[in-house]
Design a protein around this ligand. Structure first.
Ligand code: GRF
Length: 195
């Protein structure tokens, strides 16, 4: 059984989609939901599902990333995950941390990478006049939003689109794509999925 730790910073809708998919004959189970924010709504939702939760608050570290990441690393090692899923985790991780979990960390990003790394992806896609947007699950490497793509889902951009309406429709696809990729990765299969 593959052990999965899920890192969040906010409401955790992707975390829930992942956790709810890992039941029955699924070859993985969530063993920890970890946040850098004590008030992240997803912590309570995970606890309500009986999943262990923890918080390593980044604020007391006052920008000392190595110290924050050392605490994050130690908490993860306690849970001994085989796979880490970043799900709305909004801290940029350093090369040292990423290398320590190389090949065992995935992220979901709300754009069709390599387009629109970083923030405000939907506003940028609309402003560029793109006909479609979407989301990507990729392996985490030291460069931000850059690792090998394991899955993508496409969403057409409508003429009357706003970043909010697009984000809502992309999020629906995120909740399909991330569980599909993790289910495949949990069987040792890293072939790409396109929804
Ligand atoms: C998602 O759109 C994800 O792609 C992005 O942050 C958002 C988090 O949403 N990185 P949630 O916390 O999973 O609801």
């Amino acid at each position: 059984m593959m052990r999965v730790a899920i890192l969040i910073s906010g409401g955790g809708s992707n975390m829930l989609a992942l956790a709810d998919s890992m039941t029955g004959a699924h070859p993985a189970r969530p063993v920890l939901v970890l946040s850098n924010k004590p008030d992240a709504g997803g912590l309570e939702k995970a606890a309500a599902r009986g999943i262990a939760t923890a918080c390593v608050d980044h604020r007391p570290f006052r920008g000392d990333r190595p110290a924050f990441e050392a605490a994050l690393h130690d908490r993860l090692v306690q849970a001994a995950p085989d796979l880490i899923c970043l799900a709305g985790f909004m801290r940029v991780l350093t090369e040292n941390f990423v290398e320590a979990w190389a090949g065992r960390m995935l992220n979901i990003h709300p754009s069709l990478l390599p387009k629109y790394r970083g923030l405000d992806t939907h506003a940028r896609a609309i402003a560029a006049g793109d006909s479609e947007a979407g989301c990507t699950v990729h392996e985490v490497t030291p460069a931000l939003d850059d690792g090998p793509v394991l899955g993508q889902a496409r969403v057409p951009i409508r003429t009357d689109e706003t970043p909010e309406t697009l984000a809502a429709r992309v999020l629906v696809q995120e909740h399909r794509l991330y569980p599909a990729v993790v289910a495949r990765v949990a069987t040792g299969d890293r072939r790409r999925i396109d929804l």
